[in-house]
Write a protein that binds this ligand. Structure first.
Ligand SMILES: C[S@@+](CC[C@H](N)C(=O)[O-])C[C@H]1O[C@@H](n2cnc3c(N)ncnc32)[C@H](O)[C@@H]1O
Length: 190
């Protein structure tokens, strides 16, 4: 795996600070940002929903904020506290939101979080409503693990592979989007 950790820890900016244009990836939290085409595409997907939740996808929430749309963003990284809709939220201590989401999009840390923990977190957000739309990025090589764990939600491969800014596009780093709904046909996926 070509991903390397950095020792630099993020600091929490004051509440009045502007939304940062440039944020360094925090590899200690397995934070890897999507490339621009991926951010744009996923933001379009999220924007088509009324009560979406961005779970561990700060760049998608930031893109929507730039478009003037405030969406719920759940992440442990408080550097995104200036984004509208940000809630500091820990995958390992999930708590439900006041509102039931109509979509949960997530790109979780692949090795730090166990699938059972991720399932509990998303199940908590959906308050057990298994028809909630769920879309999760996960390593392509571990497809059976995610579709098995999330079988109650009916998760399946979509064929969409997100791109990242700093992750080398080699076989072992491949990731795919798994979802329980059809993606926009304009994405041109099989
Ligand atoms: C692979 S990155 C996803 C970033 C996404 N690709 C983007 O461009 O917006 C994983 C995200 O999970 C967050 N994260 C890591 N550990 C977490 C935890 N315990 N609870 C909530 N979020 C966590 C990181 O801060 C990071 O934003």
């Amino acid at each position: 795996m070509s991903r390397r950790r950095r020792s630099k820890q993020p600091s929490t900016p004051p509440a009045s600070a502007p939304i940062p244009d440039r944020v360094d990836e925090d590899h200690q939290r397995e934070q890897y940002f999507f490339d621009r085409p991926t951010v744009a595409r996923l933001a379009d997907m999220v924007d088509a929903h009324a009560r979406p939740v961005c779970l561990c996808v700060p760049m998608v929430a930031r893109e929507l904020a730039r478009r003037g749309r405030a969406v719920k963003l759940l992440d442990v990284d408080a550097r995104f506290a200036q984004l509208p809709g940000f809630t500091r939220w820990d995958l390992y201590r999930p708590s439900p939101l006041p509102e039931l989401p109509d979509l949960v999009l997530s790109d979780p840390p692949f090795t730090l979080v166990r699938l059972s923990q991720l399932f509990t977190a998303i199940h908590t957000l959906c308050r057990g409503e298994l028809r909630t739309r769920v879309a999760i990025v996960w390593p392509t090589a571990r497809a059976l693990d995610i579709t098995g764990t999330f079988a109650p939600f009916g998760l399946r491969a979509t064929g969409f592979e997100p791109g990242y800014v700093s992750v080398r596009p080699i076989e072992e780093n491949r990731a795919s989007l798994f979802a329980n709904f059809e993606l926009d046909p304009r994405w041109g996926l099989e």
